[in-house]
Design a protein around this ligand. Structure first.
Ligand SMILES: O=C(CO)[C@H](O)[C@H](O)COP(=O)(O)O
Length: 236
């Protein structure tokens, strides 16, 4: 089965979790985009929900799908956020931000009573850190912040190369908030909580891609000869 078909299977299962009247967080990335598309079809069939998008891209997609949108100012508490992930471990700890939307994604997830991750099964790992860990930083003081991030990684037992994320044109990638992203390549993160605390304490760091204690459940689509086999983690 193609990766796209696996993502669609996980997204379709997540759409079944949505009930009339729910306030939703709408994730970012290719899997979340399928969820938004499928949710839009249910809205056109009469489902009434409001959504908070986690990026400008998701805002545009949700609008095009006919989903009513709100903000966390109008709706500070959400019932359910459905989002993708770059990695998930057995304790529902995540690396997110491959698409650069980690800041809004984390704010929306933290405002949600439930956060369900949808992904193909390859995203499940025993230890986080193979996927580069995004660290969103302000442009001012980039060199000093980069050095401090490297030191924090080393102290947390996971040194590795740090690269400034660039876009397809080779220029520095800018997030929806106008920040830069440093991608750390630790290989493995032995103590995600310690690293998260160390990164959060650094001036210049806006947010990092470790989502700890936020995800309440996951729907992972594993590739089997008969089709997609959905595996759930946590409470779905
Ligand atoms: O964190 C994200 C964006 O910031 C995405 O959810 C993550 O990168 C997974 O994306 P995809 O579903 O395309 O694999």
């Amino acid at each position: 089965m193609s990766a796209a078909a696996l993502k669609r299977a996980a997204a379709a299962r997540a759409v079944d979790l949505v009930q009339d009247g729910m306030r939703l967080g709408l994730g970012t990335g290719s899997t979340a985009a399928i969820f938004v598309e499928l949710l839009g079809a249910r809205v056109r069939d009469g489902l009434s929900v409001v959504g908070v998008p986690t990026s400008e891209a998701t805002h545009r997609a949700a609008e095009a799908a006919g989903i009513a949108l709100t903000t966390l100012d109008e709706t500070p508490e959400l019932d359910l956020t459905v989002d993708g992930a770059d990695e998930i471990d057995g304790q529902l700890r995540l690396i997110k931000g491959g698409g650069g939307a980690l800041l809004r994604e984390k704010i929306v997830a933290a405002a949600s009573r439930r956060m369900v991750v949808i992904a193909d099964g390859t995203k499940q790992v025993a230890t986080l850190g193979r996927f580069p860990l995004p660290v969103e930083v302000v442009p001012f003081g980039l060199g000093a912040t980069r050095r401090a991030v490297a030191q924090a990684l080393a102290r947390a037992g996971c040194p590795g190369e740090i690269t400034l994320r660039t876009g397809p044109d080779g220029a520095a990638f800018l997030t929806d908030g106008g920040h830069l992203i440093l991608d750390a390549h630790p290989g493995r993160i032995p103590d995600p909580e310690a690293l998260a605390a160390a990164l959060a304490a650094l001036p210049g760091v806006v947010e990092h891609g470790l989502f700890l204690g936020l995800c309440t459940g996951a729907i992972l689509a594993a590739d089997e000869s008969a089709g997609a086999r959905l595996v759930t983690l946590g409470t779905v």
